[in-house]
Design a protein around this ligand. Sequence first.
Ligand code: ZN
Length: 402
Amino acid sequence: MPTFQVHTDLLFDPKKKEFVKDISITIDPNTGLITEVHQRKDELPDSIEKPNIDLRGKVVCPGFVDAHTHIFLHAYNEAPSVVQKRDESFVERIEADANIRDAINRGLTPGPRLFVATRVIASTAAYEPRTENHLGGTCMPAGCDSADGPDELRKAVRRRIGHGADVIKFYADYYRRVMRFPPKQQHPYIPSMKFQPVHPNPDLVVFQDEEMNAIVSEAKLACAPAIAHADSREGVLAAARAGVLSIEHASRAGEDGLSMLKEKGIIFVPTMAIFELILQERFDRVVENLQLAHKLGVRLACGGDTGTFPHGENAREMEIFIEAGISVEDTLEAGTVGGWEACGGDLCGRRFGWFETGCAADIIALDTDPRVDPKALRKVSFVMKDGRIWKENHEAVDLYSP
Ligand SMILES: [Zn+2]
C-alpha cells in the first residue's frame, strides 16, 4: 500500500507545546508509522483526493492517552466497587485486561492501545475488602495479588509478568481498617461508629521500604515499569524512595511529597476525575494539590481512574486540569506525551503521543478549539490509530472494512 498524507491547518504539537499551522503528515499504512511531518509552504487544492485525508478546519492532536483506567469496572454511581466484586458474575468481573489487549493487538477486536497491570500487588490484608468478615468462612474475592517480604514480592512480580502484565502496579498505602469505619460511599447501609477515634481508618503504608525496593528492582529485571498507588504523604515518599515510574492519586502528598516527585522525575497521575466524583465538596484541596504540583514542575500525566465513572468520559480529567488553571497546552501535553511516558515510554515498544517520523500514526481531530471551547475535548470527529481510520465525520468506521 502506498503512503498517504493527512493535511491539517491547525495542529497541536505537544513537543513544542504550541498550536502550529499548515502541517502535513505522511503515513505508511504498512507500518502504521509517521514517515514525515512537514510545514506546507504551497497552497493545497480545495478538495483532497483519497486516500489522502483533509483535516483542515479542525483542531488536530495526537491520540489522547488515559494513563489510569479500569476496563472491567463500571461506574461507582451504578454500583460501588465492593458490590460489583460481591454480586457480579465472573464474566462481568473478569480480570482479563491482558487478553483484551492481545485481542486488540492481533486485530480481532477494535480498541485502544492497552498497557495493563493485570492484578495489583499489595501486602496481606492491605487490599482485600472485608477480610474482617471472615467468620463462618465467608469472604470477598481477593482484590489483589497479596505477597509479603522481598522474596514473595519478587515472586509476585514474576507472577504478574507471567500473567501478561506490561506494568507492575502495587499499593504503597491503603485504608486497612475498613469495616471498623465503613466509608459512606462504599457502605451506605452499614452504620459507622457512634464515637469515632481521631483517625478511625487511617491511610497507612502497607510495605516496608525493602519490600517496595524488591518490587521495583524485580520489575526492572523484566523491563517493566513499577507504578504505585499512593495517596498519603508517607505512602508517596516511600514509593518515591523505591524509585517507581509513576504515582497514582497522591492527593495528600504535601509539598515535600510533590517536591520529591519533581526531584526524582517521577510522573504524577493525579486521577482528578475520581476525586471530583467521590469527594464532592472536599474536592478543592485536591485541586490545590494539583496546582502546587504543576507550579513545582512535577511531570504530570492525565489518567482519570476511568471506569469508576463511565468509559467514554475520559476527557473529564483534562477538563479538570484546564479548570484548575493549567494551560490548554500543558494539559494536552500531559494527556499525550505524558501518557506515553506513564505507560513506560520506550518500554512500550512503540512511540505515540506526538508527531514525528517513527511515531505511530495516532491522530484525532476536534471540531472546536479547546483554547476557546471548554467542551472541545469531547468533540472528537476523527480517530486514526496506527494509520487506520476508526472514526470519520463523527461516525465509527465499519469494523470489517479493509
Ligand atoms: Zn484506579
